[in-house]
Structure formats: structure tokens, C-alpha cells
Ligand binder design. Structure first.
Ligand code: GLN
Length: 481
């Protein structure tokens, strides 16, 4: 029996290389877990029919003496990253039955190593949302309490890792979509530096914010997955040249924006947990400084709406995806887009068209871009004063499904995560403990205790992912004490 609960990429690599189990056995064990849990949790939209075939190939590679960090490692892939020949829908009806015609760069890199793709995971349609409730294929439930959301938009990927239905996963992060579901599900999520990982083959939501990132159980696993997907790519001109990352200092200084954390609307248990984390870090020898950060939500959402409205314009029901026939071309568009897109996508397309329209452009989009530049400059200065910035990942724990029906209340959930995307810096979410919650609980989640996970977020300067992995490992140690 393979002990999935304590398995990491690092351990699986050793066991595979030592032939303690085969890639086929490992993949089969995950398929069994998926079979048991997915009907309830809805983490996967599709489990691929060639998983065992992929695993067999990985075993053959190992037989030939090959070994790569991700050879034979079973991964879950968010339904917004293209795998040649597989369906990919961004959890939208408008792309129903669309088949990817090429591999995303991250997928080619993983394929070369013989990684095993288990399936495609659920998400908010086109990565717009914070709970995976905006999927056209049903909500993904939180493994700790199935009446609650998984977070979003990479909710399926986070639940797959949290519930032992994948060893690790890929998500995408535009304003928190890797970090916040990771926090809600008790796992680790990394949003790399903008341009650190190629976006080729990632369906665009907000091209100037989007980045693909790993979701894992340990900081070391996040490093392994990131190291093997990162790098310059001729197919994405915004990727950065590979550079050696910053040296790790033993005495890191950490800025905490208490002005944001102490404001209204932050859950009192989140605050309590966060203060406890700060105390523990201080006791472990890290320097904590008080800093100030602005609320970046208005800047984030204006730019988000603007870019979403132009990126989603290509889904017109003519060239691919859902097509509905009206009496003329305009009616075809209206019908296809009206039925194909969910409410949140339509809302953002309309708001985006508005903030970009003549007469409003300067007041909204232009102003937001100026604020973005100013924020980038502030961050340059900030990172000359501190090494890292620490916040809770989200202002609340996972909420009840359906609880946040007002879109604005959902947008407020992104207060801590959007800043890293606006500025382009890397950020990691780490599990920071649990809070008690009240039942009732369903049968299958009863093993999953009456508690909900919380997360904290560290941001670092551009290209300093290694500092995040190091602080992540240190925090894992501190948390065990
Ligand atoms: N919750 C944010 C939004 O709705 C971020 C989503 C994401 O990172 N894809 O835009």
C-alpha cells in the first residue's frame, strides 16, 4: 500500500527510483482515490483515459535508466492549460468539446520528463472568481467541509492535492487563483514572478497579470515543480531570461502591512491566527517591520475587466466552441455568447467595454495604469527596506457555498493577493493552521475533521522565488514546534 497521505514529489521520486513501487502502481492508487472522492468533491472535470498508458511509458523510461525530477509523478492540470489532443474548456460552455491543438510550454516541459497527467481540474469560468462557483460544470467542494467552497479559481487543483487525488497540481494565478484556494484547502500555492513561467498555451484571462503556478504539499515540492516549468520561452515574449536567484540571508526582514490587516472586514479568527504566526516568526529570529500598503482592489479590477473584455472577444461561436444559429450573423453572436458565457464572464465583458470606452478610458483604465506604475515604484523602494512582505492569504476562511451572491463581496476577498499580480512579484501561500468550525458534516468528510485551514502569504522581490521556498521550509519547521 502506498501511503498517499504523507507522499511528496521528493519521496515519490526516491521510491520510484528505488523500484519500491512503479509509476503504474502510483497512478492506479491515485485513480482509486479519484474514483472514491470525485463524485462528491467535483475536483476533476475529466480523468484522462490514458493515465495508465502514460504511467507505463514512465516506467519504461525508468527501465532504460532515465531519471528526472517529475518522471512518473501524477499531476492534476487546471482546465485552462492546453494538452494536445485533450479537451480544454476553461470550465465554460462556450468552449464545450474544444480540443487543444498544441501543448502549452509547461506541458511540453513536463512531458519530456515523463510526468503523468491525471486529468483536468475544475475552476471558475475563464479564471474569473474566487470560489469555483462560477464553473459551468458545478462547484468544487472543500474537502474539509463539503458544504463550503474550495476557493478559486484553481479550486479543482487545490482540492485534488488536498484530498489526495493528485500528488501535485498546476493552477493559474491572475489575482490570487493559485494562492487563495491553496489557503482554503490547506496546501501550498506559488504565484511565480510575472514572466517567470511561459503563458504559451495558457488561455488568457488578464495577459498582464496571468502566470501558471504549482500547488503542492510542501515548499520543497513547490520548488521542484516550479524549477521544472520555469524559464525563458521564444513563444512568450514576456518571459524573463533565466537568472540565478538571490542569495538567501539568514536574517530576513519581513514587512507586515498592519494598516490592511487591522481594517474592518478581516475575520477575527484570521487576525488571531496571523498574529500568532508573526509572534512565532519573531521568536524564531526573523525581524518584523511595520509597513503600509494601499488597498489595490480598484486598480486590479479595472485592469482585469479591461483585459478580460478584450481577451474573451475571440470566443464568438464562429471559429470553435459552442455555436448557436440565429437568423443572421449578429443573432448567432448574441445567442452563442449569451448562452455560452456565464454571468460573471458577461459582467466583466460589459464592465471592461465600459472602462475602455471613449470618454471613460482616461478616467478608469488610464488612471488605473498610472496607479499601477506608481505601485511598482513603491514596491522597488519597499524591497530595498525589507526582504519579504507577509499578510494573511485571504481575509476569511472558506465560506459556505452560495453565501457570497453579491459579486462585490467576492471581489473584497482578493484584498491581499491582487497586489503581487499588479506589481508582478512572486508570492507563496503556506498553511498556517486551522480554525474550529461547527458541523453537521457529511459521512465522507468526517475523517476530515471539524476544522478549516487558513493560510499566510509571503511576497518577495522579482525573481526571488528561492527566498519564498526557504522561508516556506523555515515556516514548516516553526509550525511543527
Ligand atoms: N479572484 C480574482 C478575480 O476574480 C482572481 C482570479 C484569478 O487569479 N484568476 O479576478
Amino acid at each position: 500500500m502506498i501511503d498517499l497521505k504523507n507522499l511528496t514529489i521528493e519521496k515519490a521520486r526516491k521510491s520510484l527510483d528505488a523500484r519500491e513501487f512503479s509509476a503504474v502502481e502510483l497512478a492506479q492508487t491515485y485513480l482509486n482515490e479519484i474514483e472514491k472522492k470525485n463524485a462528491e468533491l467535483n475536483a476533476y472535470l475529466e480523468v484522462f483515459d490514458d493515465v495508465l498508458e502514460q504511467a507505463k511509458k514512465a516506467d519504461e523510461m525508468m527501465e532504460k535508466g532515465e531519471s528526472y525530477p517529475l518522471l512518473g509523478i501524477p499531476l492534476a492540470i487546471k482546465d485552462v492549460i492546453l494538452i494536445k489532443g485533450k479537451k480544454v474548456s476553461a470550465a465554460s460552455k462556450i468552449l464545450e468539446n474544444y480540443i487543444a491543438s498544441y501543448d502549452a510550454t509547461v506541458i511540453s516541459k513536463l512531458k519530456k520528463q515523463g510526468a503523468v497527467f491525471l486529468g483536468r481540474t475544475n475552476m471558475d469560468e475563464f479564471a474569473l472568481g474566487s470560489s469555483t462557483e462560477n464553473s459551468a460544470y458545478g462547484v468544487t467542494r472543500n474537502y474539509y467541509d463539503n458544504s463550503r467552497v474550495s476557493g478559486g479559481t484553481s479550486g479543482g487543483s487545490a482540492v485534488a492535492v488536498s484530498a489526495g487525488m493528485a500528488l501535485a497540481a498546476l493552477g493559474s494565478d491572475t489575482g490570487g487563483s493559485v494562492r487563495q484556494p491553496s489557503a482554503f484547502c490547506g496546501v501550498i500555492g506559488l504565484k511565480p514572478t510575472y514572466g517567470g513561467v511561459s503563458r504559451y498555451g495558457l488561455m488568457a484571462a488578464v495577459s498582464s497579470f496571468d502566470v501558471i503556478g504549482p500547488i503542492t504539499k510542501t515548499a520543497e515540492d513547490a520548488r521542484i515543480l516550479f524549477d521544472n516549468i520555469k524559464g525563458n520561452d521564444p513563444f512568450d515574449s514576456t518571459t524573463l531570461p533565466n537568472k540565478n536567484s538571490a542569495e538567501f540571508k539568514s536574517k530576513l526582514s519581513i514587512g507586515v502591512p498592519w494598516n490592511l490587516i487591522n481594517q474592518e472586514g478581516i475575520d477575527s479568527k484570521v487576525k488571531e491566527n496571523f498574529k500568532d504566526v508573526v509572534r512565532r516568526l519573531e521568536n524564531s529570529g526573523l525581524k518584523i517591520k511595520n509597513i503600509k500598503l494601499p488597498n489595490c482592489l480598484p486598480v486590479y479590477y479595472i485592469i482585469n475587466f479591461a483585459e478580460v473584455s478584450s481577451n474573451l472577444a475571440r470566443f464568438d461561436g464562429v471559429r470553435y466552441g459552442l455555436h448557436l444559429n440565429g437568423d443572421n450573423l449578429l443573432e448567432d453572436y448574441l445567442l452563442s455568447k449569451g448562452k455560452g458565457f456565464g454571468r460573471e464572464s458577461r459582467r466583466r465583458i460589459l464592465l471592461g467595454a465600459h472602462v475602455l470606452s471613449a470618454g471613460y478610458y482616461d478616467a478608469y483604465y488610464g488612471k488605473a495604469q498610472k496607479a499601477r506604475e506608481a505601485l511598482k515604484n513603491d514596491f522597488k523602494k519597499l524591497f530595498s527596506e525589507v526582504d519579504l512582505v507577509l499578510t494573511p492569504t485571504a481575509p476569511t476562511p472558506a465560506w459556505k457555498i452560495g453565501e457570497k451572491s453579491n459579486p462585490l463581496s467576492m471581489y473584497l476577498e482578493d484584498i491581499f493577493t491582487v497586489t503581487a499580480n499588479i506589481v508582478g512579484v512572486p508570492a507563496i501561500s503556506l498553511p498556517s493552521g486551522f480554525i474550529e468550525i461547527e458541523g453537521p458534516f457529511s459521512q465522507s468528510s468526517s475523517e476530515a475533521k471539524k476544522k478549516l485551514p487558513l493560510g499566510i502569504q509571503f511576497m518577495a522581490s522579482h525573481g526571488c522565488e528561492d527566498m519564498l521556498f526557504e522561508v516556506g521550509k523555515k515556516f514548516e519547521e516553526v509550525s511543527k514546534l
